[in-house]
Design a protein around this ligand. Structure first.
Ligand code: GLC
Length: 782
């Protein structure tokens, strides 16, 4: 074996002609690549974010009789001289992960291509998480999954694969977590000790064995590092975090306006209305059915007048119709995918026979971006919903393109076997670019059903065609957590279920869960009944409204959590295993999750339940509804009448609340409420604020406010530090300290002793008003 070094990259060439390439991209990420004779010379990845900077690492190379050692700042890679097997260790020489049989390459009998395979030892007590779009328990130990984007209408629990393909997993053992991202777009498989209990293996039906090892030891850091590699979206417009109402389909124009008016009549806050495929002329993308929408710009304007943004669906299939301008342009410019022997790839979707743009070609993406931009500019729509982009077909076996279909793959021509999993990603990439026009000055909302690793850079996502069942409510909480630990935080589900009709109770419970999911939309197929919040009777309407209102109050919190995601790569939703991986009781929990640093949720997942068991992670928490303090590290029974779901707040947290609005920007906010939860030695909270849309924030026009609280038995202190120079509309803070165990005899506002008349105390809560311009601290003493 010989070794060559080029900065932080080491190439080990074996006597069999295989090269193992180790690249220390950062202190915590090592890229591991195996090059064989057949490997492509041009290494190209759609997943890795171009903004990711490989800072490299200082690596000491040593050797002993059996291995070469590459000692970086945080991790050590040991390569066995005899079989090239590798072990990855931390600085204490403890194993993160090690090869079992290691790399394997073999010709693929069916395709005449090849497979690449990697085998790792299952460590004692190891658990596995991640993989994005999987329908089984969060903990993947003992499971096998496949990555191949598929349209699965009414997917079932355990069904695999479905819409997205994200080949990234986390392993945790002995309190140490690491991640492996297998950046291979071919159909791939992961076996987590299912076939052989002691082996975790992953393999793909083509391409390279090219994976990124991401060190922890904390799970949340593994996800953050993986997300730094594959990227984050830009900050969405704040309205995109509001409630959204959709159906297949609100049509014609009058129906759309009626739904919008009813939302306002019933005082259901809502920011967006979706138009599903029936707005189009015979399902032709970028067209309107003139009989239903005679003046689309007017429909959009009328919605705008009522405070709604319009989001329209756009699918990839382009109707074969010589009279249709998109078809004509695509034909003239040779933009459609072709079979290996030359003819166009023809398949049936909504419009009947379609051709499909090759979104992996940069020229095609540019064209598509232009089509989207024209569409936006002509009509004033504010978001595009890309569906069926697995790509999905109705009638062909396999429900997608045949394997031989050709793609450009950005100048690396290949078959559909390689391009399939990135097709949807490249479509939303082109779509989201439509907003990149300075005069538009709008942040985009693009949503996608299909995805590969890195797609989170371009779009939000929903989990596809779910069912109105209690099982699917469980899937909803699991699914969003799983996507979030796989780098995809801006996710949600079709509230109430897409297929079938939920009972009022199921709809309410779903709404309560979705209130805490970043993407917050009711959508349904419409075949089975109405699914607007008023369709389920008075009680369901009232409780749904209460929760949608709670979401609008929470907007500044949600927005700040989003800010943490896009600037520090921190997943917005965190499963309990990630909240406290050192507590073995969290490793099998699925129902509970955290939103951001401070809110702990647990949906009610059964009919008629009016209480449920909730595992509270270690630390102290306040029950949001009762202000009761709870000591975590155990499971407790929590009251959950239909009006409430178990919601806990970390002691010491400061949660900013907006007043209720019917839509973002409805009124200028003149007071910001700070809900402060007593307790904790020192707790840090953040509030990010900017204008909520446009790009001024990128020029520094934003504020980052850091709150610190300090509590003892008989004192309490809140401090605020602001950086930035955004001028919010509100002039006062209403500070509400909850769960106060004493009646303060002395109160200092901004270090000045004030009289007790200036505060209001009731039920262990203290309320005080403070000027925004001057407020920097509040101190209470018993
Ligand atoms: C697909 C989508 C669904 C949409 C329907 C019609 O089934 O998943 O959300 O409503 O197509 O466009």
């Amino acid at each position: 074996m010989s070794i060559a070094q080029e900065e932080s990259r080491f190439s080990l060439i074996t006597s069999e002609g295989c090269t193992l390439e180790l690249t220390f991209l950062t202190e915590n990420i090592v890229q591991v690549r195996y090059l064989v004779e057949e490997s492509e010379s041009n290494h190209f990845s759609y997943a890795i974010d171009s903004r990711f900077t490989a800072s490299g690492d200082v690596v000491q190379t040593t050797e002993n009789q059996i291995s070469y050692l590459f000692q970086g700042t945080q991790i050590c890679v040991e390569v066995n001289k005899e079989n090239c097997g590798i072990r990855i260790l931390n600085l204490n020489e403890e194993v993160y992960c090690e090869d079992e049989r290691g790399f394997h390459w073999e010709e693929h009998e069916t395709f005449g291509g090849h497979i690449v395979k990697m085998g790792k030892v299952v460590q004692e007590g190891e658990h596995y998480y991640g993989m994005g779009d999987k329908t089984m328990h969060l903990n993947l130990r003992g499971r096998r999954v496949t990555n191949w984007a598929m349209d699965v209408y009414g997917f079932k629990k355990e069904e695999d694969p479905i819409y997205k393909a994200i080949p990234f997993y986390l392993g945790v053992h002995h309190g140490r977590a690491y991640g492996i991202f297998f950046d291979n777009t071919f159909r791939s498989h992961f076996d987590f000790g299912s076939e052989r209990r002691s082996v975790t293996s992953f393999w793909a039906e083509g391409g390279e064995m090219n994976y990124y090892f991401v060190a922890g030891p904390e799970m949340v850091d593994v996800v953050r590092r993986y997300t730094s590699l594959t990227g984050v979206p830009e900050l969405p417009p704040m309205w995109a975090l509001g409630y959204q109402q959709s159906k297949w389909s609100y049509s014609p124009h009058d129906k759309v306006i009626e739904v919008a008016s009813k939302l306002r009549e019933h005082e259901i806050p809502c920011d967006a209305i979706y138009l599903d495929i029936d707005y189009m002329h015979g399902f032709r993308c970028f067209t309107w059915d003139q009989s239903k929408f005679p003046d689309p710009a007017d429909t959009v304007q009328q919605l705008k007048n009522r405070g709604f943004k319009t989001v329209a669906i756009v699918d990839p299939g382009i109707k074969v119709d010589p009279e249709y301008f998109v078809f004509q342009e695509g034909m003239e410019q040779n933009y459609f995918c072709r079979r290996a022997d030359g003819p166009y790839m023809k398949g049936k979707v909504w419009p009947g026979d379609c051709y499909f743009p090759d979104f992996t070609h940069p020229r095609v993406r540019k064209w598509w971006t232009g089509l989207c931009r024209d569409f936006i500019e002509k009509t004033g729509i504010r978001g595009i919903w890309n569906d069926m982009n697995e790509p999905a077909l109705f009638e062909i076996e396999g429900k997608t393109f045949p394997d031989d279909v050709r793609h450009d793959f950005d100048g690396n021509p290949c078959s559909h076997r390689k391009a399939h999993n990135v097709y949807g990603m490249q479509m939303v990439r082109a779509t989201s670019k439509a907003w990149k026009k300075p005069t538009l000055n709008q942040r985009p909302l693009v949503i996608t059903r299909s995805a590969y690793a890195g797609t989170q850079r371009y779009a939000a996502s929903w989990t596809g065609d779910n069912i109105a069942s209690w099982e699917h409510l469980w899937l909803a909480t699991m699914h969003c957590q799983r996507l979030s630990v796989t780098g995809f935080s801006f996710v949600g589900t079709d509230i109430g279920g897409f297929i079938d009709h939920p009972s009022p109770e199921l709809y309410v419970r779903w709404m309560q869960l979705a209130t805490f999911h970043p993407f917050f939309r009711t959508h349904s197929s419409g075949d089975h009944g109405e699914q607007e919040p008023w369709s389920f009777g008075e009680e369901a309407l009232r409780v749904s409204r209460d929760f949608i209102e709670l979401r609008y109050r929470l907007l500044p919190y949600m927005y700040s959590v989003f800010y943490q995601y896009v600037t520090r790569f921190t997943p917005m939703i965190r499963p309990l295993s990630m909240v406290d991986q050192h507590d073995p009781d969290t490793l099998y929990r699925v129902d509970e999750f955290m939103l951001g640093d401070h809110l702990l949720l647990c949906p009610v997942l059964e009919p008629n339940a009016r209480s449920r068991y909730v595992y509270i992670p270690r630390g102290k928490w306040l029950n949001y509804w009762t202000n009761e303090t709870v000591e975590g590290g155990k499971e407790i029974l929590v009251e959950a009448p239909l009006e409430q779901i178990p919601l806990f707040v970390r002691q010491g947290a400061v949660i900013p609340f907006f007043p209720v609005m019917q839509f973002v920007g409805e009124k200028s906010i003149d007071q910001l409420t700070l809900l402060v939860f007593f307790g904790g030695e020192k707790t840090v909270s953040e509030l990010y604020e900017d204008s909520g849309d446009g790009y001024e924030y990128q020029k520094g026009v934003y504020n980052l406010k850091t709150f610190k609280t300090f509590s003892t038995e008989d004192t309490f202190k809140l401090q605020l530090k602001t950086s930035g120079h955004y001028e919010p509309t509100y002039s006062t803070y209403q500070i509400l300290v909850k769960g106060l165990p004493f009646i303060p005899s002395k109160i200092w506002l901004n270090e000045m002793l004030i009289s007790a008349d200036e505060v209001f105390i009731e039920n262990q809560s203290l309320t005080i008003l403070a000027e925004r311009n001057t407020f920097n601290s509040l101190r209470l003493e018993k």
